[in-house]
Design a protein around this ligand. Structure first.
Ligand code: MIG
Length: 680
């Protein structure tokens, strides 16, 4: 059951697809109050065993309790534990304890502060800065049903093409076509599976969106066509800002349409990002989304089938006003006496010059012609860009699925694209962080996601990259990405590249099954990754587990995320089959009983656990997704009663897939074996 409560005058976000009437009776399951500043405060008490899931992309555990988070989309190059927010705002929370289950969704694009048992462990206090809000209260009998109800409220998740489940190599700093070709060739030469290569901002001419450097990428269309012969796709990046420069077509056409966000005085808002001074498309306007989307056309015509959208929080390096404020403070200090307050203020003024909260108050959107200050709608910006791109795809090729993942996001954008988890580091703790984010992203509707494998910032090491890949084997987006000036991170750069390649061969063998699980989840409003609590709500240990995830139909993952660990402890909520993978054709099958187990996992080994009467399907493998034979499988599972698996297959491209038509029922009979071969 879903109930809607309206406070104040909510800003329409398009996040919700169900048209519900607002309740007239007051919301009595929590305390609500408006403070003197006009902020709306929601308060509820938490019992000692209460668990809180949700908030999508955020730091800390699967259970969000015990920290103060913010919904405020931020370009943060340092995902440390104290961060209140990352790139996306996903305002859906589920409160779960043995005698109570409900979810709340706060549909508002402004800042929200979530004190989830941080100040007081027994209290959740949520502050909605704008004071206006559509609040949805969701009540169902189970966590799974609650997640499904939420998707019915906010719409079906984005469907990527099947090739997007292949391995993607990316790096900030590839100098040109020759280098990208060489990276591709090194993969093919060594039989390292690969489906796509990302082009980072280096491909652009002076970092101008929708251009490319003619010296380094002389003919993008020819280049993409040549790559396609190798079964590889190029995935270029697009940033949010448009360089202010007369004669640069996107700027001129944007200017002619008056498409950019404005300052209070009516002039275009300008801030520096990669290309220099930029204007920012007003993605809240439909005509602007259509215009911006049309700018992708030349790239689509060149044969590009996927993009990643970046810097769309929007990230701002600085504004002239912000710099002037910082210098004004410096001048005051220069002419006066020194005091510590001023000194700290000065340091903050300069270190906070980027993504300065003041700058987000300096510009306006005009969704219906009327100005709305940016900070009121900040968290919607990236979602608008995602929507613009997705709608452009639909215009260009209505029958075809395209790849799209964005850095910034908001609930609602899950219908238009996937997302990557942002600028992580080559840190061991970031394997765990990525794992913990996944189920909460799925809960909020974002199914196509993954982190920068190997870590984006700082230098990776062989063992760290290998362990990252072992998580990535199971994430829909499986991309190795690293930052400019960091250690080269392509698999073949490392002495132990062969074990990394072997790990990828397992991904490709699992790909048709993983795709089947993904598509079934997406088309039935389900989740691919779930906290254990979803499948074992009565099991206290399972409910509080923070480093294992349920995956698809009856599987569980538990990657190693610690340096030099030779294995790890795993809690099994019931008897399960351990598949310890080394290679597509080399794995151990070990039936294990419910309870705690130490699992030996050498650096080249990683586990997948399967519940009884469920199965995992391995195809013969291949070096690119189109090569995979999804008619012959090795089926792994401990079958004790008559069971079945519904395998979903389609052409991997059609934009309007038919679930029922794609399903093949495969019966699984108890035959005392853990492994069987099938041909469909
Ligand atoms: O300010 O395009 O998160 O993946 O490599 C950095 C360069 C801009 C941030 C993205 C990252 C990308 C980088 N970008």
């Amino acid at each position: 059951m879903i109930r809607k409560y309206t406070f104040g005058t909510p800003f329409p976000t398009d996040a919700v697809v169900l048209d519900l009437p607002a309740e007239t009776a007051p919301l009595n399951s929590m305390e609500t109050q408006t403070d003197p500043e006009g902020r709306l405060i929601l308060r509820l008490s938490l019992s000692p065993e209460e668990v809180i899931f949700g908030l999508g992309q955020n730091v800390r555990g699967i259970d969000k309790r015990g920290h103060r988070y913010e919904s405020w989309n931020s370009d943060i190059f340092n995902h440390t534990e104290e961060r209140p927010s990352l790139y996306g705002s996903h305002n859906f929370l589920v409160f779960f304890r043995p005698d109570r289950l409900f979810g709340i969704y706060l549909d508002d694009p402004g800042k929200i502060v979530w004190d989830l048992g941080c100040t007081r462990y027994d209290t959740a206090e949520i502050t909605v800065e704008s004071g206006s809000l559509n609040l949805y209260l969701l009540e169902e009998d189970s966590l799974t049903e609650l997640a499904r109800a939420f998707r019915s409220l906010t719409g079906r998740s984005y469907l990527p093409p099947r090739w997007a489940f292949g391995y993607i190599q990316s790096r900030w700093g590839y100098a040109g076509e020759d280098e990208v070709r060489e990276v591709a060739a090194e993969h093919r030469k060594r039989h390292i599976p690969l489906d796509a290569l990302c082009l980072d901002i280096d491909y652009m001419d002076g970092y101008r969106n929708f251009t490319w450097r003619k010296d380094a990428f002389p003919d993008l269309k020819r280049f993409q066509a040549a790559m396609k012969e190798e079964h590889l796709r190029l995935v270029p990046i697009i940033d949010a800002g448009i360089k202010v420069e007369e004669g640069y077509a996107p700027y001129d056409s944007g200017k002619a349409r008056d498409a950019f966000c404005k300052k209070e005085d009516g002039s275009d808002f300008v801030a520096a990002v990669w290309p220099g001074r930029c204007c920012f498309p007003d993605f809240l306007r439909e005509d602007v989304r259509r215009w911006f989307g049309s700018l992708y056309t030349p790239l689509l015509e060149a044969g590009i089938e996927g993009f990643w959208n970046d810097m769309n929080e929007p990230a701002l390096f600085y504004t002239d006003e912000g710099v002037a404020d910082a210098f004004a403070l410096a001048d005051r200090i220069r002419s006066g006496s020194v005091d510590y307050e001023a000194a700290w203020g000065l340091m903050r003024a300069f270190s906070g010059i980027a993504n300065n909260p003041e700058d987000y108050r300096r510009f306006y959107h005009r969704p219906d012609g009327k100005p709305v200050r940016h900070d009121r709608v900040h968290n919607l910006y990236g979602a608008g860009m995602t929507r613009a791109t997705s709608e452009a795809f639909r215009c260009f090729a209505p029958d075809k699925r395209m790849l799209l993942f964005s850095r910034s996001s908001f609930i609602g954008a899950h219908r238009y694209g996937g997302m990557w988890q942002g600028d992580n580091f080559s840190w061991w703790s970031h394997i765990k962080l990525a794992l913990q984010m996944l189920p909460n992203l799925n809960l909020c509707g974002f199914l196509y996601c993954g982190c920068d494998l190997g870590g984006f910032g700082c230098d990776t090491t062989e063992d760290l990259l290998e362990r990252f890949l072992q998580l990535g084997v199971f994430t829909p987006l499986m991309r190795n990405h690293s930052a400019l000036h960091t250690r080269e991170q392509e698999i073949y750069r490392f002495a132990s590249w062969e074990i990394m390649r072997d790990t990828l061969t397992v991904r490709y063998a699992l790909l048709p099954w993983l795709y089947s699980e993904f598509m079934k989840a997406a088309l039935t409003d389900g989740m691919l990754f779930r906290p254990l609590a979803f499948d074992f709500p009565q099991d206290r240990r399972a409910v509080h587990t923070q480093d294992q995830l349920m995956l698809g139909d009856g599987c569980m993952i538990a990657p190693v995320y610690e340096q030099n660990a030779a294995g790890r402890y795993v809690y099994l909520p019931e008897d399960m089959l351990l598949i310890r993978f080394r290679f597509v054709a080399d794995y151990d099958l070990v039936p294990l009983e419910k309870g705690d187990h130490w699992i030996d996992l050498a650096l080249n080994e990683f586990p997948l656990f399967v519940r009884k009467n469920r199965a995992v399907f391995l195809c013969p493998g291949g070096e690119y997704s189109e090569e995979l034979d999804d008619s012959r499988f090795t089926v792994l599972g401990q079958i004790e009663t008559e069971s079945a698996y519904d395998l979903y297959r389609d052409d991997g491209l059609t934009s309007d897939p038919d679930l029922a038509a794609g399903l093949t029922r495969i019966s699984l009979s108890p035959d005392g074996k853990l492994k069987r071969e099938i041909v469909l």
